[in-house]
Design a protein around this ligand. Structure first.
Ligand code: SAM
Length: 231
């Protein structure tokens, strides 16, 4: 599977340099080979390679279809991101589980304030993970946002994950097509942040009596929300 950033004009597709090198050097592709391309917006293409150079591979679209492998409902995760490799790992797993949008959440006790370069790296991870798990829509990765900003445009079904919240009930998720979940940093949300979210109508919920790491809490919530049958 190969990512096509610019959808084909007519039948011809030119792969970008990175994908061309991958095709030519790693996959040792030849003229006449069939490959699958996706544009990150839902379209999937069957492509026959017509020219294979080390830096430029060209193909011809033989068929195309809109193929959705999205989850049963749209989940936005706003997460106070952990550092380094844990951040990249979290993004990869969110893509696999079908999270629609990830917002790096800026909190009082947060450790990683994502800069532009880090966001770009995470967006590249989204493409790589989508290739691997055959997802055709790219998960959006936003710039960092404050709690206030995230709460300002929250959907009706919004949850702040907190070890001392009320046990989460699947029924709270079932009717919603759009869900927001907020996950705090290693040091946890402050009492003021929890109160602010509650005032804006967020449910303060727990995922059980153990303290989960940031990634575990985010992925447990993602599993719950994306696998409960759709509304
Ligand atoms: N001592 C911190 C506290 O009390 O919030 C622990 C923070 S925990 C390492 C990081 C984040 O994961 C929390 O802010 C929360 O959003 C989420 N989390 C961890 N365990 C959880 C649980 N059992 N239920 C719900 N959310 C949890």
């Amino acid at each position: 599977r190969f990512f096509i950033e610019h959808p084909p004009t007519g039948a011809e597709v030119t792969f970008d340099e990175a994908e061309s090198q991958h095709l030519a050097k790693v996959m040792r592709a030849n003229v006449g080979d069939m490959v699958v391309g996706f544009d990150g917006k839902g379209m999937e293409y069957q492509i026959e390679l017509t020219s294979v150079g080390k830096k430029k591979v060209v193909g011809s679209v033989r068929s195309q279809a809109e193929v959705s492998r999205e989850a049963s409902r749209r989940l936005t995760l706003a997460v106070a991101l952990p550092k380094g490799d844990r951040q990249r790992w979290l993004v990869e797993k969110c893509v696999e589980l079908g999270v629609a949008r990830l917002i790096p959440l800026l909190t009082k006790r947060g450790v990683a304030q994502p800069v532009e370069k880090a966001i770009e790296r995470l967006r590249r991870t989204v493409v790589e993970a989508s290739k691997q798990c055959e997802r055709n829509h790219l998960m959006a990765v936003d710039e960092g946002q404050t709690l206030e900003k995230v709460l300002a445009s929250r959907p009706a079904a919004s949850f702040l994950l907190h070890p001392s919240g009320e046990a989460i009930h699947h029924d709270a998720v079932v009717p919603a097509s759009d869900v927001l979940a907020l996950v705090g940093p290693e040091g946890g949300f402050t009492d003021e942040e929890v109160a602010e979210a509650a005032e804006h109508g967020c449910q303060i919920v727990s995922l059980g009596p153990r303290i989960l790491r940031v990634e575990t809490a985010a992925l447990a919530m993602a599993t719950l929300v994306t696998t409960v049958p759709g509304p």
